[in-house]
Design a protein around this ligand. Structure first.
Ligand code: ZN
Length: 293
């Protein structure tokens, strides 16, 4: 690991803690679309988006004109009120679309929702090349996390990614790993970067029905304190108030840690892992605000 060149490894609280919003000049729509496409590719590269699994959304709080690329419009009810997102724009993957295909044609795979001032309905903008009927089946969880985070932090950019990384998901089938403290202690011990990038550890939820109200609510609560949460026997959701790239990074860090943990289980748990003292030394040297060690 290096101390220079990457914001996550720097000392002191990162931009996420400071809840910095993006300031002008704001990114163009095409740049945001490209970042979603690149994020989708990276998620597919780590085998965390088989078939049509996984979904991505980005909430944008600055003026952005989407009508040229997404000229078709329809009014849609929101799955639940999102009062703090009034007037904001959410770019969301379509149901049944493949994350690896977004980069080749973002307009065919993404819908854009402008939330109305009352926060209960939105205008869905789509392209004539649209290849989906509805937005992602996890739309309620995406919307709820955006609304909760914007309410708490006032950020004008927020990315949410759901993926199904196999090692993390496998571990969640072992009951002990559904305990949050155990999960974080076991997974954060394989590389010094992990605790720097996931200082609050990894949240853990029991199995809940995909797309359900219960999952939506528990997920919002866990992502208030964590940057990534494990949905047992299903996958993960991560968030970032910097970029899609950062939200995807979190999934990569957690999945890499889970792969080490899996390797160690298969190998008869012969590895040491970082000791608590070694982890505390990392925390001190990099000024990480953590409750995990
Ligand atoms: Zn899923």
């Amino acid at each position: 690991m290096t101390r220079s060149g990457g914001a996550p490894a720097g000392p002191g609280p990162g931009p996420e803690e400071a809840h910095m919003a993006i300031s002008e000049p704001f990114p163009e729509l095409d740049e945001i679309l490209a970042s979603i496409g690149e994020g989708g590719r990276r998620i597919a590269t780590i085998d965390a988006a088989e078939g049509a699994a996984g979904n991505i959304s980005v909430c944008i709080g600055w003026p952005i004109d989407v009508r040229r690329r997404f000229p078709m419009t329809e009014e849609i009810p929101l799955p639940q009120p999102a009062p703090h997102l009034a007037g904001m724009v959410l770019i969301v993957t379509g149901s049944g679309r493949r994350l690896r295909d977004i980069a080749a044609d973002p307009a065919a795979n993404l819908g854009i929702v402008r939330i109305a001032e009352d926060g209960t309905v939105g205008t869905l903008h789509t392209s004539p090349r649209r290849l989906f009927d509805r937005l992602t089946s996890e739309w309620n969880s995406h919307l709820a996390v955006h609304d909760d985070t914007v309410a708490r932090t006032g950020t004008n950019i927020h990315a949410v990614v759901h993926a199904q990384p196999p090692h993390l998901t496998y571990l969640s089938h072992i009951p002990a790993y559904r305990d949050e403290a155990w999960l974080s202690r076991r997974l954060l011990r394989w590389e010094p970067e992990t605790i720097i990038n996931l200082p609050a550890g990894i949240g853990a939820l029991p199995f809940m029905l995909p797309g359900s109200e219960a999952l939506m609510q528990a997920n919002v609560e866990s992502l208030r304190t964590h940057r990534i949460v494990l949905w047992s026997k299903h996958g993960v959701m991560s968030r970032s108030d910097v970029s899609v790239t950062r939200a995807v990074d979190r999934i990569e860090y957690a999945e890499t840690a889970a792969r080490y943990e899996y390797m160690d289980l298969v190998n008869g748990e012969r590895a040491e892992g970082l000791t608590l003292d070694e982890m505390r030394a990392v925390v001190e040297a990099f000024g990480v605000a953590t409750t995990v060690v």
